[in-house]
Design a protein around this ligand. Structure first.
Ligand code: PLP
Length: 359
């Protein structure tokens, strides 16, 4: 396996770094180290653990103009015995490479991606917070670092991982959703299933509208008929209708969430009925209004699983769920948080142990 070069100044910096703030938030703090790798001459050249710091980019760097960029988001948890574990990182490695293929970027061998994640986590072990729901959030990303104005796939890339000690997202608050009926996030044949910056940039205008209307999350509909529920800007969606858990079936316009898959697998193992199918927004709102939809929730790495309180439509009508802390949502949420924190048994392969590094 390729070696990651450890720079002594990075080690010195991280050793001395502490955070004394009970409100960690999300992305407020970053570990003072980063993994960096360069792709050139058709291969990954080297991986380094460096001090965290600004990147110096030529103004003509392709990513700044053409958005050739992908990223991932994953978490490391501290268990009661003080060992630390990544949650299902192989799935992030695979998705990263799926995104890379779609965006004409080089793949990273899965074992190299995992090794790089493991090294930054091991050196940041003392920064993995302790309280339930807290974690060290890892953000691997890749950018086209080649310089030039021509619109063609770059040949040089930069891969980086940064790590951010994070608090419990939403901390159990229920979410108000705004249904976006005009703008679209992505289209069939496009890049919706890839974790690439443009999808998020496309969501920001609606995000501003969502917040202005007093809501928290934007719900995206399909771009062809503007009729079927897809997902939120950074989370997947579930509802419980007639006692059955329903989630939109995956298409190339929906991100294949690791948490979504985990929810489906947990529900199946608990023999909860579940359907992956098309769900129209009309069916959703009608079943909320007539009480057949008892609860709804969102899920993603950042939010884990969070209940939905209400949906606001384009005409500003509000459709409130009868149960905001629904039974199914809370059962799955507790189970997942327990597994991640090492307080309940994890299905095989869900926790990836980080070996201690003595430095
Ligand atoms: C668009 C989108 N959908 C869903 C998710 C949830 O995916 P995951 O559970 O892998 O974090 C995310 C977050 O990564 C996302 O950005």
């Amino acid at each position: 396996m390729r070696k990651v070069e450890i720079h002594p100044d990075a080690v010195e910096r991280v050793k001395r770094f502490t955070i004394n703030d009970p409100q960690l938030g999300f992305g407020k703090y970053v570990a003072p180290i980063m993994i960096q790798a360069i792709f050139d001459h058709d291969e990954w050249q080297r991986f380094d653990l460096l001090p965290y710091g600004p990147l110096q980019l030529d103004p003509c760097t392709k990513v700044l103009h053409y958005g050739q960029e992908i990223f991932e988001g994953m978490k490391v948890f501290r268990h009661p015995d003080d060992r630390i574990f990544m949650f299902r990182p192989e799935m992030n490695a695979r998705r990263f490479n799926q995104s890379a293929r779609r965006m004409a970027m080089p793949e990273i061998p899965e074992e190299l991606f995992l090794q790089a994640c493991e090294i930054i986590s091991a050196y940041s072990k003392h920064l993995v917070p302790k309280r339930l729901g807290e974690s060290l959030y890892l953000r691997p990303f890749m950018i086209a670092s080649e310089v030039g104005m021509g619109i063609k796939p770059a040949k040089q890339f930069l891969f980086i991982i940064v790590a951010s000690p994070s608090g419990a997202y939403f901390a159990g608050d229920s979410v108000k959703v705004y249904i976006e009926r005009e703008d679209i996030r992505c289209a069939p044949g496009g890049v919706g299933f890839a974790k690439t910056g443009g999808n998020y940039a496309a969501s920001l205008n609606s995000y501003a509208k969502t917040i202005k209307l007093g809501c928290d999350q934007t719900m995206w509909l399909d771009s062809v008929e503007h009729k079927y529920v897809e997902e939120m800007s950074g989370m997947n969606f579930f509802a419980v209708i007639d006692g059955k858990i329903v989630t939109p079936a995956l298409t190339d316009t929906i991100l294949d969430g690791v948490t979504r898959r985990s929810v489906i697998e947990m529900a199946r193992s608990e023999q909860l009925p579940l359907e992956e199918r098309r769900l129209s927004v009309d069916e959703l709102l009608q079943t909320i209004d007539d009480g057949r939809c008892s609860e709804a929730f969102v899920c993603g790495t950042a939010a884990v699983i969070a209940p939905i309180a209400s949906f606001m439509d384009k005409d500003l009508s509000v459709h409130a769920l009868r149960e905001t802390n629904g039974k199914v949502c809370m059962q799955l949420r507790e189970k997942l948080i327990g597994i991640q924190a090492g307080r309940s048994e994890a299905p095989a392969g869900w926790l990836y142990p980080i070996r201690d590094i003595h430095f």
